[in-house]
Write a protein that binds this ligand. Structure first.
Ligand SMILES: [Zn+2]
Ligand SMILES: [Zn+2]
Length: 412
C-alpha cells in the first residue's frame, strides 16, 4: 500500500511572486537602482541570515521587531534579517570600509522578514529598497537621504509628504524621556498594555501608539527639549528641506521606535494613506552598540510591496516580437534569428509547438503582439525572414544580414 504524498506548499506567511507582479518589482528596482547610482550610491548585499545579537543590540530589546517579529533559526543564534540598516553597518565595520574615503554611500534591495501574523501589506517575507550614508554626522546628508526618496517618488508619480522629527542624542534623550514620562504619569492606568510597558522601558514610543492617539496629541514636543547641538542639527535639516521645496511636516509622534536612531527621523506618507511607505533617520550610535567607535550614519528604506500597491500607473510596454516557424528545417535557423533579435534589445516570444501556421499566428495574436517574424523552407535557403506588422497588415522580406538594422528602423 502506498501512502499518499502530503501536498507541499509555501511556508506559512510566505508567498510566490508571479508575473506580472514580479515584473513590477523588477521595474521598481530598475528605477530606484538607476537613481541611487546617479546619486553616487553603490550596491551592497549582506546575508539574509545574521546573528540575532546584531539586532538585539542595535534595534533594541524593547522594540516590536525584537520582541515580537524576529524569525529565529538554529535555536536562537541566528535570525532571518528583519531590517537592512544594522547589517550594512556590521558589513562596513567588519570589512574595514571606514578606511576608504568618507562618507560611503550604499544602496540595497532585498528580502526582509518578520515573524508575526500576516496582515494586509504586512507580509512575513517582503522587499525593501534602502540607502545608507556612513562616515559623516553632517545634517546635509540627512536631507540628501530624504531628497533621494523625494526624487524617487516623483519618478513613479506618487505624491508623498515627509513627516520629520528629531529625537535628540544620547545626552539630551534622558531629559526628553523624563519630560514625556512626567506628562504620561497621570494617564498610565488608562493606557494600552503595550504603553504600560513602554512607559517604563521605551517612553518615546508612547507618542506613536496607534491606540492612545488622543493623549499623544497633547504630549510635550520633543524638539523643545533638544540640547543645543541637536537643536542646531535639526534647524540645519529644516533649512535644507525648506530650500529644496520638499513637502514635509514636523510631527511629534514620529519616533521610529528603534534604539539605534538619534536626531533626525522621518517617515514617508502618501496622502490619505495610514501606512507609511518607508522611513529612516540618523543612527550615529549604532556602531557603539557593536562595540566600535562612533561612526556617523544616516539612511532610509521603503517597503516595496506597499509602494506597488499604490503604483498603479505602471504599465509594461510589450514590444516583444513573435517567432513563427513553418516546417521542421526552419527551427534551427530560427534560433539564429532569435539571437539576432535578442542581441538588438528586443524580447521574443516563440510559437514553437503551437501547430499549423494559422495556429501559431492565432497564438501570437492572442498575446496582442504587434510584430512577428516568420521563416519556412524558402527563407532558410535564401537567408531571409518575413517581417509581419499586425497593426498595418504589411508583410515584407528582410535578409538576415540586414535584420538588426531593419528592426531598429521599423520598431521604435
Ligand atoms: Zn542632544
Ligand atoms: Zn498605547
Amino acid at each position: 500500500m502506498q501512502r499518499k504524498n502530503k501536498k507541499i506548499q509555501t511556508a506559512k506567511g510566505m508567498h510566490d511572486i508571479l508575473p506580472p507582479e514580479s515584473e513590477r518589482i523588477l521595474a521598481f528596482f530598475d528605477i530606484a537602482k538607476e537613481l541611487a547610482q546617479n546619486f553616487g550610491f553603490n550596491y551592497i548585499e549582506t546575508p539574509i541570515i545574521e546573528e540575532a545579537d546584531l539586532f538585539i543590540r542595535t534595534v533594541g530589546k524593547e522594540t516590536d521587531i525584537v520582541n515580537k517579529e524576529m524569525f529565529y533559526l538554529q535555536g536562537k543564534k541566528y535570525v532571518l534579517r528583519p531590517e537592512g540598516t544594522a547589517p550594512v553597518v556590521r558589513a562596513y565595520i567588519e570589512n574595514g570600509l571606514f578606511t576608504l574615503p568618507q562618507p560611503q554611500r550604499f544602496f540595497y534591495f532585498g528580502k526582509m522578514f518578520r515573524k508575526e501574523k500576516p496582515q494586509k501589506l504586512r507580509f512575513r517575507e517582503h522587499h525593501q529598497f534602502g540607502i545608507e550614508i556612513l562616515g559623516s554626522e553632517d545634517p546635509f546628508y540627512d536631507v540628501f537621504i530624504i531628497n533621494f526618496f523625494s526624487e524617487l517618488f516623483k519618478k513613479i508619480k506618487l505624491n508623498v509628504t515627509f513627516f520629520v522629527n528629531s529625537i535628540g542624542c544620547s545626552s539630551c534623550r534622558n531629559k526628553i524621556k523624563d519630560k514625556i514620562k512626567l506628562f504620561y504619569k497621570s494617564y498610565v492606568s488608562n493606557l494600552c498594555e503595550d504603553c504600560k510597558r513602554r512607559y517604563k522601558l521605551n517612553p518615546l514610543r508612547l507618542l506613536d501608539c496607534k491606540k492612545d492617539v488622543e493623549i499623544a496629541k497633547s504630549a510635550p514636543e520633543i524638539v523643545d527639549f533638544l540640547c543645543d547641538d541637536c537643536k542646531e542639527h535639526f534647524e540645519n535639516v529644516l533649512d535644507y528641506l525648506d530650500e529644496s521645496k520638499i513637502s514635509y511636516q514636523i510631527q511629534n509622534n514620529i519616533v521610529r521606535g528603534l534604539d539605534y536612531y538619534n536626531r533626525t527621523v522621518f517617515e514617508i506618507f502618501v496622502e490619505n494613506e495610514e501606512l507609511a511607505l518607508g522611513g529612516g533617520g540618523r543612527y550615529d550610535d549604532l556602531s557603539l552598540f557593536l562595540g566600535k567607535k562612533k561612526i556617523g550614519g544616516v539612511g532610509g528604506a521603503v517597503g516595496v510591496e506597499r509602494i506597488l500597491s499604490l503604483w498603479q500607473n505602471y504599465k509594461k510596454e510589450e514590444n516583444a516580437i513573435g517567432i513563427v516557424t513553418i516546417g521542421f528545417q526552419a527551427r534551427n535557423y530560427m534560433l539564429k534569428v532569435i539571437n539576432e533579435v535578442v542581441n538588438n534589445g528586443f524580447r521574443v516570444i516563440d510559437a514553437f509547438g503551437k501547430g499549423s501556421l494559422k495556429q501559431q499566428l492565432d497564438y501570437i495574436n492572442s498575446l496582442k503582439l504587434k510584430y512577428c517574424l516568420l521563416a519556412g523552407e524558402v527563407e532558410v535557403k535564401e537567408e531571409k525572414v518575413i517581417f509581419k506588422n499586425f497593426e498595418n497588415g504589411i508583410q515584407e522580406e528582410i535578409y538576415l544580414k540586414f535584420l538588426s538594422k531593419e528592426l531598429k528602423r521599423k520598431i521604435k
